[in-house]
Design a protein around this ligand. Structure first.
Ligand SMILES: Cc1cc2nc3c(=O)[nH]c(=O)nc-3n(C[C@H](O)[C@H](O)[C@H](O)COP(=O)(O)OP(=O)(O)OC[C@H]3O[C@@H](n4cnc5c(N)ncnc54)[C@H](O)[C@@H]3O)c2cc1C
Length: 346
């Protein structure tokens, strides 16, 4: 059987790799270069996603917590465990009870993944780990583990595994219409944010709709002593302040778009992230301290009015010999690719 996979983001790469492991002849088509779009613009976290517990996504969080371990075992040179601090402030944001309940559930769902359990830190312990953090009203923090990756390098490592199994990668090749791949027995549409556009080249109404939600990050050229998850002041949104390659990575935003193309981060998003950072951390960062800013477009399954609450699950649609993949997240992309491979071979 010959299969064409369109899109060399992490989902297409994992699907192509899974098919190649099953002995299938696969050609992976990429419009630009592998990992050139959303898959290199992530928060670089291999995580369960603590905040998804609030929207009841227990099954997904459980799968993702265990998927972290798979990546750490597969490519320990490109990802590592990361301790995250979740500071708690008196009379601010979510209650200590809510946060503690979430952390406990996270721990239970992670059981068997090999990650250490979360622990509570006193204010003095938190400030020892993150001296720049505002101490005003600080009552302590939860410290729990997730993992961090180099998304671009890890994604390209997956592509390399695929190629070592004899898979063919064709870059700088845009599949404008699925009909051009007629010679293949089966086709996978793994074009992430662009999946709807390619789906529309086939007859019939798509079974799913995508929600395009841009997320931006900024990078400060300063060392970040501890990874943190914090609440955006005046909102229930969560943002990250992370150490990354000797610098500080801050993200992210959620801006709904009417299409898949990535316009890059707006000045408003950069300001929003700087304000959120400066609310908690000293010294304050100015616009001129931002050495890099980047954005990616999340291909989310449309499931909620508020993009923060939209599911990070994935879905498949089969039309003739084509399998379309919608949604998902980086951490669970290998599971998604394995499932896609099994479905396309059925
Ligand atoms: C700001 C942000 C932060 C995130 N943080 C995390 C995180 O920390 N952890 C996590 O688990 N997930 C995270 N995610 C989610 C994760 O990054 C995405 O779910 C994932 O990268 C999507 O991968 P993909 O392969 O579907 O899409 P993409 O990476 O966009 O890949 C699609 C590919 O298809 C190609 N393509 C499109 N059309 C065509 C065509 N017609 N012909 C040929 N090629 C085509 C594109 O060029 C692209 O390379 C984040 C997402 C965003 C936006």
């Amino acid at each position: 059987m010959e299969v064409a996979v369109v899109g060399a983001g992490i989902v297409g790469a994992c699907t192509a790799w899974a098919l190649a492991r099953q002995g299938v002849e696969v050609t992976l088509y990429e419009r630009k270069q592998p990992m050139g779009e959303t898959s290199r613009a992530s928060s670089k976290l291999l995580h369960g996603g603590l905040r998804y517990l609030e929207t009841g996504q227990f099954r997904l969080v459980g799968k993702a917590l265990h998927a972290r371990t798979d990546w750490l075992e597969l490519a320990p040179h490109l990802c590592h465990r990361l301790e995250m601090l979740l500071p708690m402030y008196r009379d601010k944001g979510r209650s200590q009870l809510t946060i503690s309940a979430g952390i406990r559930i996270y721990d239970v769902l992670a059981m068997g993944s090999g990650f250490p359990r979360a622990r509570v830190l006193k204010p003095s312990e938190v400030l020892a780990l993150q001296p720049g953090l505002s101490a005003d009203g600080l009552v302590g923090a939860w410290a729990f583990f997730d993992a961090q990756m180099d998304d671009y390098a890890l994604g390209n490592w997956v592509v390399e595994q695929f190629r070592q199994l004899g898979g063919e990668l064709v870059t700088d090749f845009e599949v404008r219409d699925l009909a051009v791949l007629d010679g293949f027995d089966r086709i996978v549409n793994a074009t992430g944010p662009w999946a709807m556009q390619l789906r529309e080249t086939m007859p019939g109404k798509p079974s799913y709709t995508l929600d395009w939600v841009r997320g931006s990050h900024i990078v400060l050229d300063r060392v970040c002593p501890a990874a943190m998850l914090l609440e955006v002041p005046g909102s229930s949104r969560i943002f990250f302040v992370l150490p990354y390659k000797g610098r500080t990575l801050i993200g992210t935003t959620e801006v709904r778009q009417s299409g898949p193309n990535n316009p890059g981060p707006s000045e408003d998003e950069i300001r929003y992230l700087l304000d959120a950072h400066n609310h908690y951390l000293a010294p304050a960062a100015m616009r001129c301290d931002v050495v890099e800013a980047f954005a990616g477009v999340r291909p989310l399954l449309r499931s909620a009015d508020n993009p923060s609450e939209a599911t990070r699950e994935w879905a498949f649609e089969r039309t003739g010999n084509v399998l379309h993949i919608y949604g998902g997240k980086w951490t669970t992309a290998k599971l998604q690719g394995d499932e896609a491979a099994n479905r396309i071979l059925q």
